[in-house]
Design a protein. Structure first.
Length: 187
């Protein structure tokens, strides 16, 4: 059995994506927005100012995987009182879950110019769920991703991630938007 493992190892290594990221998310030019309806009359919204991560190309350089981390405590809001509430255990629970993590499924680079679906997994409050976002068309060229700016929009259900408080006053649907600026990862 050990011999079989040693024989199989080179095959597995040859087919797995072991190379480093080709591009990085520029944390200074990237952000994420969220909004949730309060009493169906107003909107609670905020902007996460710290996003980091990588964009890794497939072997044929025609597909990409985005791996993004959002620092929850980087949220900027108009009201300090509301900011403290969204960081508290009832909502984002920043003490126990300091980051939000999104990993896309491989997407064709042609979708950068055309737009389309962006599927992946979103981890929020320690819960990972499938996520479906809409990639907006951009002026990004699949052949020159550095200095590219990608915009993504979508909705999640907060109850899917354990945010079940204030059901009578707060909508279950949360709107998310990401603006990701890409830079070359190579020095």
């Amino acid at each position: 059995m050990r011999l079989f493992g040693w024989l199989l190892a080179p095959v597995l290594l040859a087919t797995s994506p072991l190379h480093a990221a080709d591009y990085r998310i520029d944390p200074l030019r990237s952000h994420a927005d969220f909004g949730v309806r309060l009493l169906w009359l107003s909107q609670v919204s905020g902007r996460f100012e710290q996003i980091s991560g990588d964009v890794t190309l497939g072997a044929q350089h025609d597909m990409a995987v985005v791996d993004a981390h959002i620092v929850v405590n980087s949220i900027r809001m108009d009201s300090n009182r509301v900011r403290r509430w969204v960081l508290a255990p009832e909502f984002f629970d920043v003490e126990h879950y300091p980051t939000i993590h999104f990993v896309s499924e491989p997407m064709p680079l042609t979708a950068l110019e055309q737009g389309g679906d962006l599927l992946g997994s979103l981890t929020l409050r320690g819960v990972t769920r499938p996520a479906h976002f809409r990639l907006l068309p951009s002026r990004c060229s699949p052949n020159a991703l550095q200095q590219c700016r990608i915009e993504v929009r979508g909705d999640i259900q907060r109850s899917d991630f354990g945010m079940t408080g204030r059901r009578a006053t707060l909508s279950d649907q949360v709107s998310l938007g990401l603006v990701i600026a890409i830079d070359d990862a190579r020095p």
